[in-house]
Write a protein that binds this ligand. Structure first.
Ligand SMILES: Cc1cc2nc3c(=O)[nH]c(=O)nc-3n(C[C@H](O)[C@H](O)[C@H](O)COP(=O)(O)O)c2cc1C
Ligand code: SF4
Length: 424
């Protein structure tokens, strides 16, 4: 098996978290010691920008560019929110990162905050991650005692405090603007920018929101340089390593740190131990539930943001759910659409009404009570989802639209046969 350098998971252990001493022995907190109070904020932002670090929360927004949208003369206090909501089905990399090496995230937060002069950090974490929340609370205390968090960090004059906030527990709370409403104690429906959160976010103050994995990349970039980070990727268009969460019909599901752009075939056949029970690869969802099915003709695709965009799909969170020839993709889509119908925040009509409508028609097809006319109805409703208020609804549309595009035969077999052909 090709082995690649580990960066974010270099201190991962099978049975426990890495301590602050182990993190420091591996070079942790070096970037902080060397840059805080010495490197200007603008240089921190520029290095992140040069590294082409694209946000790992799903939207792939350039992290350095986002930092630069906090206006120089923006008022204080400024906030940094670490998005650890991670409710995207199939995704568990942020949990792995926190359980493996919490100080990497803490250092990433302090460094990122120094780039925008934020003085308050909040980790917004899903309630099911109670053990991760406790780890962070404890390790933030340890970092504070060591002088890496709190007032006048390492004598630099820079103050930065970190709190851990448990989410109320809805998928929409992971969307950045809904998350701000949730933190303010409001109903967590999204806000429509502009103004963008970096200008007017939490309590109308500039607020940078980044994903756990994005923030964990920051200490390594500042320690080793932008070029080093870019060259970790296998593709010209990629940068860094990536945590791929593989689940479904593979022998060894798990979270694998690999170079950005590693081919899908290699991930499945080598790192995830190949297809389970000798099955053959039929399709996967390449980046969580809100990406479309990637059919088998793309089994050799390079798994980076550009590679998937080129075939009309998305890398999303890089949570790869693998299906074999025995999997009914209509039923998989029913399962996904159940999730989206339940998690819609109900704020806008196309999403609140459209998703349950699609759900009803799809389940009828799956249960052998479908009609050919349903396919056009589903298609029309899925298109309407693109007119919704936030990115949740287009995410829900993605698996549905790709089912119609690539697996019409499978839908027709349900309709014409009057039952699910995979039940036989
Ligand atoms: C419905 C929905 C749920 C989301 N959930 C998460 C999440 O759990 N974690 C996350 O980092 N980003 C999530 N996002 C993306 C965030 O809105 C945002 O793009 C991200 O936190 C920004 O961080 P990044 O630039 O570091 O990727 C979600 C987006 C949507 C539309
Ligand atoms: S698209 Fe869905 S989740 Fe987003 S605002 Fe509308 S109802 Fe809420």
């Amino acid at each position: 098996m090709t082995s690649y350098p580990k960066v974010l998971l270099q201190n991962r252990k099978p049975d426990r978290i890495a301590t602050i001493d182990e993190y420091r022995e591996s070079g942790g907190y070096t970037a902080l010691t060397e840059s805080l109070g010495k490197v200007p904020s603008a240089d921190v932002r520029q290095t992140i920008q040069n590294a082409v670090l694209l946000g790992r929360g799903g939207a792939a927004f350039p992290a350095g560019m986002k930092m630069s949208t906090v206006p120089e003369d923006a008022p204080f206090p400024r906030y940094l929110v670490c998005n650890a909501d991670e409710m995207e089905p199939g995704t568990f990399k942020d949990r792995v990162l926190i359980h493996a090496d919490p100080h990497q995230l803490i250092e990433g937060m302090v460094l990122t905050a120094s780039g925008v002069q934020a003085e308050k950090g909040i980790v917004f974490i899903r309630p099911e991650y109670e053990s991760a929340a406790r780890i962070l609370e404890r390790e933030v205390g340890i970092a504070r005692d060591a002088g890496f968090v709190g007032k006048d960090i390492l004598g630099s004059g820079f103050d930065f405090h970190i709190d851990v906030h448990r989410s109320g527990g809805r998928y929409i709370c992971g969307e950045v603007t809904a998350q701000l409403n949730a933190l303010e104690g409001r109903r967590p429906n999204p806000r429509k920018p502009p103004p963008f959160p970096t200008v007017k976010g939490l309590w109308d103050r500039p607020t940078l929101v980044n994903n756990v994995e994005t923030l964990c990349c920051v200490p390594h970039i500042l320690k080793n340089g932008a070029d080093w980070f870019k060259h970790l990727a296998l593709t010209e268009t990629g940068a860094g390593t990536k945590l791929y969460c593989v689940s479904g019909k593979v022998n060894t599901p798990g979270c694998f740190e690999l170079p950005m752009g590693v081919p899908l075939r290699e991930i499945v056949e080598t790192h995830a131990g190949g297809m389970r029970s000798g099955g053959t690869f039929k399709a996967c969802l390449p980046g969580g539930a809100s990406t479309g099915f990637l059919p088998k003709e793309h089994f050799d695709i390079d798994m980076d943001f550009e590679g998937l965009k080129a075939v009309g799909n998305r890398l999303g969170t890089a949570a790869i759910m693998v299906f074999d020839e025995s999997t009914c993709l209509v039923r998989v889509t029913c399962n996904l659409i159940d999730f989206f119908a339940r998690e819609s925040c109900g704020w806008c009509t196309p999403c609140r009404e459209g998703i349950p409508y699609i759900k009803d028609l799809l389940w009828r097809i799956e249960n052998g009570q479908g009609e050919v006319a349903y396919l056009d109805m589903i298609d029309r409703m899925a298109r309407h989802l693109w007119n919704a208020y936030c990115a949740f609804a287009p995410g829900a549309a993605a698996p549905v639209q790709s089912l119609l595009e690539y697996y019409r035969d499978e839908l027709m077999a349900h309709i014409e046969g009057g039952s699910c052909p995979f039940d036989k």
